[in-house]
Design a protein. Structure first.
Length: 257
């Protein structure tokens, strides 16, 4: 079969060699029988049946009934562009998950990058999955903005996290939601202090025994997960300094700067 260049083009778009040959045969022949397609494509007739079914699923071939004959017809080649765009969209939608798997490795260090809210939720699932009873979780956060990104998910996260037995301390930017939703109460098994009244956070910080998470809560939503003992130790020490400089405020009102 000629048209090797077109066959290679189709294969580069993701079609197999047989799919490429059969599709080109259908394009050139018009409505045809399996036998005619097999001969033109130089592919065994028994193989063509399966290939035709595959091309039908891709929307590249359709069946025409003429009298008592079942003929196969290639759809407009513009469908190839639609197929490519669909695969491109699928890649774009999956890219955050691929990025989450990507890491920069150096010794015992890992850096993972998450883009978009759905991808960032992976960070919180990791916190739940990796948490052990008695571990610390240190948070510096505009928790109200964080929460509003997906109230249903983050409410569930807080409830799940509160059942693990972590030692949770939070330095929060003031919001009426602190009282409204009961943050800092025994319900969530956490201790909360409020940051100075003029605090305007755009990024949240989470420190666990094994990692530091930086979550940007304004567009573009993204998170960076760092696993490095020195980085964890430094951020824990910085948190302790901040915690010691902020007095516990039981009235849940913002402290002066």
């Amino acid at each position: 079969m000629k048209n090797n260049k077109l066959i290679e083009t189709l294969k580069n778009l993701g079609l197999s060699d047989h799919e490429s040959r059969v599709y080109l045969a259908c394009l050139s022949l018009g409505p045809s029988t399996i036998l005619q397609i097999a001969q033109a494509a130089e592919v065994k007739r028994t193989t063509v049946y399966n290939v035709i079914e595959s091309l039908k699923r891709l929307g590249l071939v359709r069946v025409d009934i003429q009298g008592f004959k079942q003929l196969y017809v290639a759809d407009n080649p513009e469908k190839l562009e639609i197929m490519v765009n669909a695969r491109r969209d699928e890649l774009i939608n999956s890219l955050p998950e691929f990025m989450a798997l990507y890491n920069l490795k150096g010794g015992e260090s890992f850096i993972r990058y998450y883009e978009g809210l759905e991808a960032c939720k992976t960070v919180y699932e990791n916190i739940i999955k990796e948490a052990k009873y008695g571990d610390f979780l240190l948070v510096v956060s505009d928790q109200a903005t964080w929460y509003e990104q997906d109230p249903e998910y983050f409410q569930t996260f807080l409830e799940r996290r509160s059942n693990i037995g972590l030692k949770v301390r939070k330095l929060l930017q003031y919001s009426p939601k602190i009282d409204e939703l009961g943050w800092g109460t025994p319900k969530f098994n956490e201790e909360v202090k409020l940051l100075p009244a003029d605090t305007q956070l755009t990024t949240n910080l989470f420190v666990t025994p094994s990692k530091v998470v930086i979550h940007q809560i304004i567009p573009p939503i993204l998170a960076i997960e760092i696993e490095n003992n020195s980085v964890v130790r430094m951020n824990k020490e910085m948190f302790e300094i901040m915690w010691g400089s902020v007095h516990l405020n039981n009235k849940k009102e913002p402290l002066g700067s």
